[in-house]
Write a protein that binds this ligand. Structure first.
Ligand SMILES: N[C@@H](CCC(=O)N[C@@H](CS)C(=O)NCC(=O)O)C(=O)O
Length: 203
């Protein structure tokens, strides 16, 4: 299995961490987004959506979309469960993963994409106001998540899951648009230190 990857992009990092938690080895194929390698005709054949991550299976099938790739890996190797085991766990993990991806991660990436000069070529048009709105939405969500983590060890349910990966990668990516956890977000900080200490965080 080949993972089209970039060490700088948050999406592929989610997949690398997910695979590392399961002990699944992936052949990494670097794609340089800065050089627009994802816009080349060769890569467009791999993924017409021109984004990474994309996972190419040995039979040539390509699965793109971060969560779809993670679901495929989960089906291939269910242990350790990262999308929940019981119906209730699966519902809770899905809820938090979507809340974090749609409610936080997307705002963080838009705060970066719509403001940073390095993204001008790739995000047309860049809308500065959109970046500012995204930044304030992200800050609101961080406060909500801090409250949630006051009485929850993990982002979703009682064990580590894809929701923790999505949240950690989103928070680590905040350094680019210069968004930060405030000092008083002690629960989010406690949780972040815990998940960042897992060996998979280095993947
Ligand atoms: N919905 C897709 C989004 C894929 C995506 O946008 N990936 C980013 C990197 S994290 C990318 O390839 N961006 C291309 C660009 O910035 O031009 C997913 O969840 O995998």
């Amino acid at each position: 299995m080949k993972l089209y990857d970039s060490t700088r992009a948050p999406g592929p990092r989610r997949v690398r961490i997910f695979a590392a938690e399961k002990g699944i080895a992936l052949d990494l194929v670097p794609i340089d987004l800065g050089k627009l390698e994802h816009w080349t005709p060769e890569f467009t054949k791999v993924n017409p959506w021109q984004g990474i991550p994309a996972l190419e299976l040995d039979d040539g099938t390509v699965i793109s979309e971060t969560v779809a790739i993670c679901r495929y890996l989960e089906a291939l190797q269910p242990e350790p469960h990262m999308f929940g085991r019981t119906a209730k766990e699966q519902g809770v993990v899905e809820m938090w993963n979507r809340r974090i991806e749609l409610g936080l991660f997307t705002h963080i990436t838009n705060a970066f994409r719509h403001a940073h000069p390095a993204m001008a070529e790739r995000e047309k048009p860049q809308v500065a106001e959109w970046a500012e709105v995204s930044r304030s939405r992200a800050n609101e969500q961080l406060a909500v998540l801090d409250k949630h983590l006051a009485d929850h060890e993990f982002a979703a349910g009682s064990s580590y899951s894809i929701a923790d990966i999505t949240l950690m990668v989103a928070i680590d990516f905040m350094r680019l648009p210069k968004i930060a956890m405030t000092e008083d977000m002690i629960h989010l900080r406690r949780w972040h230190a815990m998940v960042a200490a897992r060996p998979s965080a280095e993947a």
